[in-house]
Design a protein around this ligand. Structure first.
Ligand SMILES: [Zn+2]
Length: 149
């Protein structure tokens, strides 16, 4: 192993590092998605916890701060038979790091009491920008509709 080899190796390591930096954001997003899937796979099934639950739908709106403007809106229909007992909704702001909403405990609590209509909100504590100084500021509002046997 001579100096020349080491030079080549360093250059390729540098290139590799640059490529890694370039892919860092995407890789982080991918690994977050993988972690989420893993958590979902390992979580108990919703139907085991809330045996009477037959239908669940979440109407989700993300607002910017406390203002009225809606940044994103979607409906999540839960496949009760197969869904995990976990409700983690990623932040829809594409520049947001470490954000998202873990609604698991409050939704499970409401379902345990067989609530048919309930709502809640959760601010995102993620941050935007490369310095990580700007907070995301998105606030998720949800309205849940549940049916029981
Ligand atoms: Zn966010």
């Amino acid at each position: 192993m001579g100096y020349r080899d080491r030079g080549v190796r360093t250059a390729s390591a540098k290139l590799k590092l640059e490529r890694m930096m370039f892919n860092k954001r995407r890789t982080e997003a991918t690994s977050r998605a993988m972690e989420r899937r893993q958590r979902e796979n390992e979580a108990p099934r919703l139907k085991q916890r809330i045996t009477k639950l037959s239908e669940l739908r979440l109407d989700i709106e993300e607002r910017i701060g406390n203002g009225p403007s809606v940044a994103s809106r979607h409906i999540r229909r839960i496949v009760v038979e197969h869904a995990p007992a976990i409700f983690v909704i990623p932040c829809s702001e594409s520049r947001c790091n470490d954000g998202g909403h873990d609604l698991t405990s409050e939704i499970m609590r409401a379902l345990s009491s067989e609530a048919t209509e309930f709502r809640g909100e959760d601010p995102c504590y993620g941050h935007v920008g490369s310095t990580g100084s700007g907070s995301c500021g998105r606030v998720l509002h949800y309205q849940a509709h549940a049916k029981y046997d």
